[in-house]
Design a protein around this ligand. Structure first.
Ligand SMILES: Nc1ncnc2c1ncn2[C@@H]1O[C@H](COP(=O)(O)OP(=O)(O)OP(=O)(O)O)[C@@H](O)[C@H]1O
Ligand SMILES: [Mg+2]
Length: 505
């Protein structure tokens, strides 16, 4: 076997009371896709931040490209070594253009020392073609969707001509088409002998593109394995320390009356905006029911949620809560009617990053927990209960949300909404970025909420999740409902058939 390009040995890193890394090893070779897996808070991003020069290790050694004991003092040092990272948290500047973001601080300069705008455009356009993003390099970043911004982030990594590119959960915000584009970019990089470190909670991706996989658990190294020689169950066992299965909805659930009814909803076509139009959507959701909206990306599921939540203008149609037509023209109207919505992009979903877990959770129930910046003991106790139930890795509810791992931040957002117990809760991709172990717990919480009487509507692109959670499934395609299944009758194949183009008459 060739000598590794990168060898990290016995890396340790502590943040205050948290030993984030406790003796981790990682060897990566050129032309290899090396997957890195572990539960939320296992230390994956921290290890990558050390490689990217964001953090310094407390102990341990790094050799790189034949050199021993390399110090990666800062992000520029990492770039000079040829290490590029696509961060889990977006790191781009939304006020700058796509091209300026790709070449931030490294713009091509003309003979006179001025920024060479033509070269900037041309180089950016070439990179955008490589990642399959059809947009003008001059577009302000703020006009792109979060998935498109992620592709820009990848284009930026490519522009560095790196020997090693780190992808920290790159597909969490990507559509299926974009994921396919990303995988072909990764295949090209691999063929060009670039080393790739790939972090994802979607284990099927690891088996699809990974050559080997390193497992972390609570900051400790659990071993490195050839992907061809390890099974999914074995991998999960090493990550979580126990076997897991997605329990299927029992089917014996008892529902109450219809609490939400949508009649013939059609939304307004906004001039110039490319999006799915909702056409004649009608359905009902019952008290105590978990209803899933399945479909491919672009099927209109999020648009439907936004229209019900008053965040998208409707052209026609009615929304009834408890049999009464309600006027919903804004999210405030929807909340007043008892409808809560947990959006797909939780970065914008009202997490107060520099406040603690307890304060964030309490903010959802101001009137019950007193003033929210000064959360009382009761609020803390409730937050602590959620922290345990969702297994948020932190040293208590007084840790600032900012210092939690990505997946743990998402659990806090979820806890907030679960506490409100609305009449109708719509959750959009509730387990995105959440590890396999905690997924089962999120599912249990959503079911528990339904048992307490909320109608839970789940939008999910992961079919195993839809099948595990839903009492009933509505399949959408191109802004219409094309199929309906009882949870126990549905199969992945049947859902896919209704979600894709060939709908049987
Ligand atoms: N700047 C920081 N200050 C304090 N604690 C931190 C800091 N950065 C990370 N941690 C802690 O270190 C641990 C490891 O976090 P890390 O982000 O590496 O996890 P991860 O494996 O990437 O998880 P995820 O899958 O959720 O992204 C967590 O307990 C986290 O709260
Ligand atoms: Mg992470």
């Amino acid at each position: 076997m060739s000598a590794p390009l990168l060898a990290m040995h016995d890396i340790r890193k502590r943040f205050g009371g948290v030993q984030a890394l406790n003796g981790v090893n990682l060897e990566v070779r050129s032309g290899e896709v090396h997957a890195l897996v572990g539960e939320n808070g296992a230390g994956k991003s921290t290890l990558m931040h050390i490689l990217a020069g964001v953090h310094q290790p407390d102990e341990g050694s790094i050799s790189w490209d034949g050199k021993q004991h390399v110090v990666i003092a800062n992000e520029h040092a990492a770039q000079r070594l040829g290490i590029a990272i696509v961060f889990q948290e977006r790191s781009l500047f939304s006020s700058l253009s796509v091209a300026e973001n790709i070449f931030a601080g490294r713009q091509p300069v003309s003979r006179w020392g001025a920024i060479d705008r033509r070269a900037l455009r041309a180089n950016s356009a070439a990179l955008l073609r490589r990642v399959g993003l059809a947009c003008d390099p001059g577009t302000p970043l703020s006009e792109l969707s979060s998935a498109q911004q992620q592709m820009v982030e990848i284009a930026k990594a490519l522009s560095l001509d790196a020997k090693l590119i780190i992808f920290d959960e790159p597909t969490a915000a990507l559509t299926e088409t974009e994921t396919t584009a990303l995988f072909s970019v990764i295949a090209q990089l691999k063929a060009a002998d670039v080393a790739i470190i790939y972090i994802s909670h979607r284990l099927e991706e690891i088996f699809k593109i990974g050559d080997c996989v390193t497992v972390l658990k609570d900051g400790t190294w659990q071993g490195t394995f050839a992907v061809a020689q390890i099974t999914t169950d074995d991998l999960i066992n090493r990550m979580v320390g126990r076997a897991l299965s997605f329990a299927r909805a029992d089917g014996g659930a008892r529902y109450g009356p219809v609490v939400l009814e949508v009649r013939n909803l059609t939304d307004l076509s906004l001039e110039g905006e490319v999006r799915t139009r909702l056409r004649g959507i009608s359905f009902q959701a019952r008290k105590g029911e978990v209803l899933a909206l399945a479909g491919l990306c672009g099927a209109g599921r999020t648009e439907l949620a936004l229209a019900i939540f008053g965040a998208r203008p409707r052209e026609s149609g009615e929304i009834l809560i408890d049999g009464q037509v309600v006027d919903i023209d804004s999210p405030a109207d929807a909340i007043a009617a008892g409808i809560a919505y947990l959006p797909e992009d939780r970065k914008d979903a009202g997490l107060f990053l520099d406040m603690t877990i307890a304060q964030n959770v309490a903010a959802a129930r101001l009137k019950d927990f007193g003033s929210w910046w000064f959360s009382d003991a009761r609020g803390e106790a409730a937050a602590e209960e959620f922290r345990k139930q969702l297994r948020v890795t932190s040293h208590g509810v007084k840790q600032a949300v900012q210092t939690l791992s990505g997946g743990n931040q998402q659990k806090v957002v979820l806890a907030k909404w679960l506490l409100i117990q609305p009449t109708v809760l719509i959750v959009d991709e509730p387990t995105r970025g959440i590890d396999v172990g905690a997924k089962a717990e999120v599912h249990a919480l959503l079911r528990q909420l339904a048992r307490k009487g909320t109608a839970v509507i789940v939008i999910s692109s992961e079919l195993p999740e839809v099948l595990a959670l839903a009492d009933r499934i509505l399949v959408m395609r191109e802004g219409r409902i094309t199929g309906e299944f009882k949870g126990e009758d549905a199969t992945e194949e049947a859902i896919m058939r209704y979600a894709s183009l060939h709908v049987p008459a």
